[in-house]
Design a protein around this ligand. Structure first.
Ligand code: IPD
Ligand code: CA
Ligand code: CA
Length: 264
C-alpha cells in the first residue's frame, strides 16, 4: 500500500515546494553566465531559500517541533522529542556545476530514532519516502534493496574526500580493498541519493565517511525500510553522531565491512 500518512504528506509537500524554487534556480544557473564566485553566491542563496521554505511549511504543520537544518543549525522548539533534520540541497557541488543530480532531504527524528524520511530528486521527479515499520517507496512503487549476494557482481557507491576534508589516505586504502573485488564503484556526489539508490536496488551498497546528520538521516530509514542494513563503517549504530555509513543488503553488508576493516 502506497498511501502516504498525513505526516509523510506534510514532508513531501515541503520537499516539492522547495524543489520548485531549486528547479527554477537550476534553470536560471544554466542560462546565466555567472562567474565562478557569482555562481557560488547564487547557489548558496538558492540553498537558503529552499531551507526557509521547508522550515516554514514544517513549522506551520507541526508547531513546536525542533529543527536541525544545514543552513540554520539547531532551532530548539517547545517539543524536544521531535526534530526535523533537513538538507535543503544535497549535491551542492553538482548543482553549482550544472550536473543534474541533487536532492532535498527531510527526516523526522522522534526520541532519537528516525521515524519518517523523504528524499526528493526534482530533476527526475522521484520522491523516495519511508515511515518506520511501513516500508519504503519511490512515488507509488514499493522498493526493496538489491538481491545480489556476491561482491563480484555488485556496484557500490561512495564519496571521495575533497578539499577541506580529511581521511584522504584512509579512503584510498578502502577503495583499494573494494575496487578490485566489485563490478564497479560510483561517486555521484549526493549522499542522500546514494542511500535512496541503495534502497531502490540500483546500488548494491554504499559507504562514506565524514558526513553530517542531514546527509544521512532520511536515507538510513529508506534503506532499512527497504530491507537493507545500515551501520557506521565500523559496524556501530551511532550513524548520525559518527558521520560514517555502510549500507547494503544483509548478505553484502558484512562482506563490505570486512573489506573496509581490512583497510584500517
Ligand atoms: C555533500 C554530498 C556529497 C558528500 C559530501 C556532502 P552537500 O553534501 O552529500 O555526496 O560526499 O560530503 O557534504 O554539501 O552537497 O549538501
Ligand atoms: Ca549534504
Ligand atoms: Ca546541502
Amino acid at each position: 500500500m502506497s498511501t502516504q500518512t498525513a505526516l509523510l504528506k506534510v514532508m513531501s509537500d515541503a520537499a516539492r515546494k522547495a524543489a520548485r524554487g531549486l528547479n527554477r534556480d537550476f534553470g536560471e544557473l544554466l542560462e546565466l553566465q555567472v562567474s565562478k564566485k557569482g555562481a557560488a553566491d547564487f547557489v548558496s542563496a538558492a540553498d537558503l531559500k529552499a531551507e526557509q521554505t521547508i522550515f516554514e511549511m514544517l513549522s506551520k504543520a507541526r508547531p513546536g517541533y525542533s529543527f536541525l537544518g544545514e543552513e540554520r543549525g539547531l532551532i530548539e522548539g517547545t517539543d524536544k522529542t521531535h526534530t526535523w533534520i533537513v538538507d535543503p540541497l544535497d549535491g551542492t557541488t553538482n548543482f553549482l556545476h550544472a550536473i543534474p543530480h541533487f536532492a532535498i532531504n527531510i527526516a523526522l527524528q522522534r526520541e532519537g530514532a528516525i521515524v519518517a524520511a523523504v528524499t526528493y530528486n526534482p530533476v527526475t521527479n522521484e520522491l523516495f519516502w519511508a515511515e518506520k515499520g511501513k516500508g519504503c517507496f519511490v512515488n507509488d512503487k514499493r522498493l526493496r534493496v538489491a538481491a545480489r549476494q556476491h561482491l563480484a557482481e555488485s556496484v557500490l557507491a561512495t564519496g571521495i574526500p575533497f578539499l577541506g576534508h580529511g581521511q584522504h589516505a584512509t579512503f584510498l586504502k578502502e577503495l583499494h580493498q573494494i575496487s578490485q573485488r566489485v563490478a564497479g564503484v560510483r561517486r555521484f556526489g549526493a549522499a542522500a541519493l546514494d542511500l535512496a539508490f541503495v534502497a531502490a536496488g540500483r546500488f548494491d551498497g554504499y559507504w562514506e565517511r565524514d558526513l553530517k546528520p542531514w546527509d544521512l538521516a532520511a536515507g538510513l530509514l529508506l534503506v532499512s525500510e527497504a530491507g537493507g542494513k545500515v551501520t557506521t563503517v565500523e559496524g556501530g549504530d551511532d550513524i548520525l553522531t559518527a558521520g560514517s555509513i555502510c549500507a547494503a543488503n544483509l548478505e553484502l553488508h558484512p562482506l563490505i565491512r570486512q573489506r573496509l576493516a581490512a583497510a584500517a
